[in-house]
Design a protein around this ligand. Structure first.
Ligand SMILES: Nc1ncnc2c1ncn2[C@@H]1O[C@H](COP(=O)(O)OP(=O)(O)OP(=O)(O)O)[C@@H](O)[C@H]1O
Ligand SMILES: [Mg+2]
Length: 251
């Protein structure tokens, strides 16, 4: 398990107009902690995740790893990034090695893709591809798991089952998790702490510890109360009308 500490992270994009998308992000995440980075489009969530994931080095500021850098870092990005000419099972084994086949099959079944092991990514819906990317990420038993909207576009029931899977995986293996989500309720249901980036400022505007014990019942009214409190602080956190359930593709 690893923790990380971000200090003064700043990211400027030159085009179309020069702009600091992140402008002094300070954030510490404890080893084995589950943190959700919530908030609407355009606040720099993916930009921050890419920097932590080592995919973007054009930033200023510091990232410290108090327990040493992660040995196994896994990520699910908004675009699932599967290899298009390999079947799903082979996509998973490409990273984990052939010896991991039994675990890979189990994980594909756990994300409800049993029977699709030989399908090419292009034959599957976006939600299915993202679930395969989630299975691939879990297969390597990461000590740092970065998730960028992994459950978007899944129907309500399936998203709920995938949340339960993620919660159970985290309880059992205790990776450090940073989950980006538009869905405040998802953030509060899963995370130890919800972090929000301010609108137009590029800095953390709010951090709220979620003290509820695990495992959590998504129907727990205390979750609604916390969601309501967060919305009062920043009404911009509400899921835009039409976003939830849009393009649901569970089949
Ligand atoms: N490579 C880039 N070049 C220029 N601008 C960029 C680049 N990447 C991101 N941006 C801009 O930075 C801002 C934040 O983008 P980012 O993708 O981090 O937002 P986000 O919070 O993840 O949004 P969403 O919820 O829609 O995924 C946006 O205005 C985006 O247009
Ligand atoms: Mg994003």
């Amino acid at each position: 398990m690893i923790g990380l500490a971000l200090q003064g992270i700043r990211r400027r994009f030159a085009a179309p107009v020069p702009r600091d998308v992140l402008d002094g992000v300070d954030l510490s995440i404890g080893a084995g902690e589950f943190v959700a980075l919530a908030g609407p489009s355009g606040r720099g969530k993916t930009t921050l995740l890419r920097i932590i994931g080592g995919l973007d080095s054009g930033y200023q500021g510091r990232i410290d790893w108090p327990d040493g850098p992660p040995r196994r870092r896994a990520a699910v990005f908004q675009d699932p990034r599967l290899v298009p000419w390999l079947g799903l099972l082979d996509n998973l084994l490409l990273v984990a090695g052939r010896a991991a086949e039994p675990e890979a099959r189990d994980l594909l079944a756990a994300v409800e893709l049993e029977g699709r092991e030989d399908a090419w990514p292009g034959q599957l819906s976006g939600g299915m591809q993202r679930r395969a990317a989630l299975a691939r990420a879990l297969l390597v038993e990461p000590d740092l798991l970065l998730l960028d909207e992994p459950l978007v576009s899944l129907d309500h029931a399936l998203a709920g089952r995938m949340r339960a899977l993620l919660a159970e995986y985290w309880r059992r293996h205790r990776p450090t998790v940073l989950l980006v989500t538009h869905d405040l309720r998802e953030a509060v249901t899963l995370a130890d702490r919800v972090v929000v980036l301010a609108e137009g400022v590029g800095r953390v505007s709010l951090q709220r510890g979620i003290e509820l014990p695990h495992p959590r019942d998504p129907a727990d009214p205390r979750i609604d109360a916390i969601v309501d409190a967060l919305l009062r602080f920043d009404p911009g956190l509400a899921v835009p009308a039409g976003k939830e359930g849009e393009a649901a593709d569970s089949i």
